[in-house]
Write a protein that binds this ligand. Sequence first.
Ligand code: AMP
Length: 113
Amino acid sequence: MDCLFCKIIAGEIPSTIVYEDADCIAIRDINPQAPTHVLVIPRAHYANLTEAATADPALVGRLMRACTEVAKREGVSEDGYRVVTNIGVNGAQSVQHLHLHVLGGVKLTERMA
Ligand code: AMP
């Protein structure tokens, strides 16, 4: 499968890994939108949250926990941060492999919901 994040997980494309466990890796976003911008990416390929939550809802819970662990390691846990996942065309998802954005280190202003 020609998937960017599968290639990163396989080590075929370099990345900066800040956390990993049995379920996921967490890497620095190549185009950071905040001082901390980390992507939590499941090792298993799911196109997006909808697909993963249907196939393996417990995995989604563990990914959320991984996000909180990343936030602690990045030192943004106390001041607060944001976890975002974009889904599909209207969600402006650009990589079709589920990933959770962990954003922090600055007061995030734009708020859509
Ligand atoms: P999304 O638009 O929600 O699908 O997010 C995809 C994210 O992947 C964007 O924030 C990109 O900057 C990021 N990205 C794309 N290619 C790479 C890469 N090779 N390494 C790290 N992050 C990447």
